[in-house]
Structures are given as structure tokens and as C-alpha cells.
Ligand binder design. Structure first.
Ligand SMILES: [Zn+2]
Length: 233
């Protein structure tokens, strides 16, 4: 049986992506320990640019190693067991996708820009094109990110989401202040696409200690990882 195996990191195993540009990650900590834990043969991260392009790793990629933090993209998909897909975050939302029917996993970097540009929907479409995935079969897991308790925004920010009628449910007003709950928005977006299984992470990276957070520490280049792989059980 094929299942997805997940790892959500914290400041305990954070890293500076720029220092690992082009490197074989499984030879370096903190990635080596995670690779061992998940039984990875390869671990791939992309150079995240808050866009909507993605990288698909098929069997051919298992033979030629893909350099990490090089390809400009914000989601990864694979149907090859043992290839780990990684996302780096510090308040943005790491999203993991699993298709138990077609045996596909995905890792998506969804900040507010990516979410507004429907990167999650784009990754689902790509899984449909490449692997024949069906939205109703997909299972999603969110990693730790900034939540509505701490993610204060200005009112023009809300207009960015005008194309999504459900977005109003992701905003919260407190006096003159406005807060945005990115996981709620992403879950509503997924529901609108026909996804039923969504597991949110309970931790807010800003107010729960132990997470990298650009809202808490704007100048730190440290990021936490989310890694997913397909494993045979
Ligand atoms: Zn919070």
C-alpha cells in the first residue's frame, strides 16, 4: 500500500535556503536527518518566488538528481516513492497534497500572493493533467503558518481577494483592525474546487514559540521545512 509520509519542521531544524543552493540536500543537516526519518532517496526544494509555476518529478527525475533551491517554482508534484518534496516557510502556508487513488504527492508554497493567484488550484489542475488526479479524491494537510490571530492587514489587502466571494469568511475585524486567516482562505478555496479532506495545522507561527516567522523576526533568513514523500507500507 502506498501512503504519504509527512514532516513538519520548526526552529529546531530550520535553515537558510540560500546556503544550500544547488546542493545535494541529503548530504547536509538538517536535511539528512529528515531524509533518514522518512527513508528518502532524494529531497528536492525549489527556489520559491511567490508565483504559480510548478515542478513535476516523474520517474526520469529519480535517475537524474534535481538540484535544490534552483528551479523557480512554488509547487512540486511527484508519483515516485522515495522522492521528498520540500517547502520552506516562515508564516506562509505550506500545503501538502496526497492522491491515494493515483499515488501522487504534492507540496505547495502558498503565501497570500500565491493563494490570491490560486496556486493550490493550479497544482490540482497540473496533477489532473499529468497523473489523471481527481479533486474529490485528494487529501490536504496544512503546515504551521500565520493565522488570523496575528496576521494583521490593511483594508486594501482585502480587495486583492475580490475575485473570491468566500474570502470574506477569512477576514476578521477587531475595532479598526483587520486580520486575515490564510489557512481558512486556503480551505475555502479547496472546498470551492471540490476537495473534502482538509487537515489544518493548529499552530500559528507568529504567536506560538518555536517557529520561523517573518512577522516576528523580519530580518531572519531562517526557514522551517515541510516535507512529503510517497512511501510503501
Ligand atoms: Zn497567532
Amino acid at each position: 500500500m502506498i501512503k504519504e509520509t509527512l514532516f513538519f519542521g520548526s526552529t529546531q531544524n530550520s535553515y537558510e535556503p540560500a546556503l544550500f543552493h544547488g546542493k545535494t540536500l541529503l548530504n547536509h543537516e538538517p536535511f539528512a536527518a529528515v531524509g533518514k526519518q522518512l527513508g528518502l532517496k532524494q529531497l528536492v526544494f525549489v527556489h520559491q518566488v511567490h508565483g504559480t509555476d510548478g515542478l513535476v518529478l516523474t520517474q526520469a527525475a529519480a535517475h537524474k538528481k534535481t538540484p535544490s533551491f534552483v528551479v523557480e517554482a512554488d509547487y512540486l508534484l511527484t508519483n515516485v516513492p522515495g522522492i521528498g518534496l520540500g517547502v520552506s516557510t516562515a508564516d506562509c502556508l505550506p500545503v501538502v497534497m496526497f492522491d491515494p487513488v493515483k499515488s501522487v504527492v504534492g507540496a505547495i508554497h502558498a503565501g497570500w500572493r500565491g493563494a490570491r493567484s490560486n496556486i493550490i488550484g493550479r497544482a490540482i489542475e497540473r496533477a489532473q493533467e499529468e497523473f489523471g488526479s481527481c479533486a474529490a479524491d485528494l487529501e490536504f494537510h496544512f503546515g504551521p503558518s500565520a493565522h488570523g490571530c496575528c496576521y494583521e492587514v490593511q483594508s486594501p489587502f482585502a480587495h486583492e481577494f475580490a475575485a473570491y466571494p468566500f474570502a470574506i469568511k477569512a477576514f476578521r475585524k477587531e475595532g479598526d483592525r483587520l486580520y486575515f486567516d490564510l489557512p481558512t482562505f486556503a480551505a475555502l478555496q479547496l472546498q470551492s474546487l471540490g476537495v473534502k479532506k482538509i487537515n489544518k495545522h493548529k499552530d500559528c507561527t507568529v504567536c506560538i514559540p518555536g517557529y520561523c516567522s517573518v512577522r516576528k523576526n523580519a530580518y531572519s533568513p531562517q526557514r522551517q521545512m515541510t516535507v512529503v514523500t510517497l512511501a510503501n507500507f
